[in-house]
Write a protein that binds this ligand. Structure first.
Ligand SMILES: [Fe+2]
Ligand SMILES: [Fe+2]
Length: 276
């Protein structure tokens, strides 16, 4: 049996002592091993919520990062201070600086640590290919084919020499958990696009997708695109369950809930637990 705990999210379960912040972190337990998936934004919220959840980093076997953005990697200094040398799984481009352009100014929105610091403090295991972290728990690898729209922001840039380019989000990956009933996909921000990510996982793992969790980057999706996404989900991923949070957005959550119902669509704020 696998267990997933939402440690950091924009929202918390009602009447609990968990704290919220714009960010995402999950604890994934599989076959007696424990993985931290992303670290939230501040480290303070992760530390507090680990305590509330009765978990600690001492019993954490590895860390995986969905992508470089600060709301997923901001807790990294805290995690590596507590657990120097922790195996860290991610895409090689997770170390590339990221920026947001607002009112003519480029602001850093990537990792707070330099790539040298991360390389010194963690046991880096970077690959664009799927990596098996523990038996039955994989990174998705790079979402190479992206025929469907990505989860883009017009403000996101990377720098190549003297040139600013729209962020290609090559670093964006998900986690894939093998279960008796198929596979479970855990997204971070899903900048690669939800439909692209699901299609990639189906292609590589060749098993039905039982559930998708996390941020799906549908918060800014227009009505037409949302209707398209839901149409494809209905046609191609019938029976899939949804445990949604972070950048999914209330509008998309409500639209999915309306079509797939409360039996399949669940909010997954900090403090939520699900077993597969
Ligand atoms: Fe992001
Ligand atoms: Fe995010």
């Amino acid at each position: 049996m696998s267990r997933i705990v939402a440690l950091v999210d924009n929202a918390v379960r009602r009447s609990t002592a968990f704290w919220a912040e714009h960010g995402l972190s999950f604890c994934v337990e599989q076959g007696g091993a424990r993985l931290l998936w992303d670290t939230g934004q501040s480290g303070d919220v992760l530390r507090h919520n680990l305590d509330v959840a009765g978990l600690n980093l001492e019993t954490c076997d590895a860390l995986a990062l969905s992508h470089a953005h600060y709301d997923h990697t901001g807790g990294l200094p805290f995690v590596l201070r507590e657990r120097p040398g922790l195996p860290l799984y991610a895409h090689p481009e997770v170390l590339t600086p990221r920026f947001s352009l607002r009112e003519g100014t480029y602001r850093s929105i990537g990792m707070g640590m330099s790539s040298e610091e991360v390389a010194k403090q963690a046991d880096l295991r970077l690959s664009a290919e799927p990596q098996e972290i523990f038996p039955g728990l994989w990174t998705s690898g790079e979402i190479v084919e992206r025929p469907e729209p990505e989860g883009r922001s017009a403000h996101h840039f990377v720098r190549r020499g003297d040139t600013w380019l729209p962020d290609p989000y090559r670093d964006d990956m998900s986690l894939v958990l093998e279960t008796a009933g198929g596979v479970v996909v855990l997204c971070g921000c899903c900048h690669a696009g939800l439909l692209n990510t699901l299609a990639h996982v189906r292609r590589h793992f060749g098993r039905p997708i039982q559930a998708v969790l996390g941020g799906t980057h549908l918060a800014s999706a227009g009505e037409e695109y949302l209707a398209h996404v839901i149409g494809v989900l209905q046609e191609e991923y019938g029976g899939m369950h949804y445990y949604l949070n972070h950048c999914t957005g209330e509008n998309a959550f409500a639209a999915l809930w309306k079509v797939f119902g409360a039996g399949r669509v669940h909010a997954f704020p900090a403090g939520s637990v699900v077993r597969f």
